[in-house]
Design a protein around this ligand. Structure first.
Ligand code: THU
Ligand code: ZN
Length: 169
């Protein structure tokens, strides 16, 4: 099978907006805090709240493997822990300890589902800035774009907009 995303239109770091650059810089810094003694793969994330605050994420592994937490979901956890539930963008970058990623690292299926829930609560799609290690192949996409036809709160007849908490500081 062909390598993923060969037909994608990539940007380089220089082509990003100042806000996208700042978010990706933060994710790059957070990547170094990954705890990944098993996979030796470091994932960094930075989640931008509507008011402009950035929330950090990185993968945190466990000896039982199953309990491993992903960079995207720890970023959501950082923000929710601080009462923030409205977001505009999420930057993700990764590297192997012994190799650079050639193409942007995309959220796994599990993370996509978690991000989809965050989109429903936020009330808007969340832009995704996905980067390879060298930041010369960057894909700008969104949660709804990478998870179409998803299962969510509406399938259970639940309106999560009341959990939005606008203006919470
Ligand atoms: N990983 C993430 O942090 N996010 C993803 O969506 C893909 C996988 C982490 C989990 C594990 O620590 C390492 O990358 C290798 O799978
Ligand atoms: Zn994941």
């Amino acid at each position: 099978m062909a390598k993923r995303a060969t037909a994608q239109k990539y940007l380089t770091y220089d082509q990003l907006t100042p806000i996208q650059k700042k978010l990706l810089d933060d994710a790059t810094k957070n990547m170094e805090n990954a705890y990944s003694p098993y996979s030796h793969f470091k994932v960094g994330a930075s989640l931008l709240a509507k008011e402009g605050e950035m929330f950090p994420g990185c993968n945190i592994e466990n000896a039982n493997y199953t309990n491993t937490q992903h960079g995207e979901t720890t970023a959501i956890a950082s923000a929710y822990t601080k009462g923030k539930r409205e977001f505009t963008a999420l930057a993700i970058i990764a590297r192997g300890e012994a190799f650079d990623t050639e193409i942007p690292t995309a959220p796994c299926g599990y993370c996509r589902q978690t991000l989809y829930e965050a989109v429903q609560v936020s009330g808007n799609d969340i832009q995704l800035i996905l980067s390879n290690t060298k930041r010369d192949k960057i894909l700008v996409t969104s949660v709804e774009e990478i998870l179409t036809g998803a299962f969510g709160p509406a399938d259970l007849g639940i309106d999560v907009s009341k959990y939005r908490r606008p203006g919470k500081t």
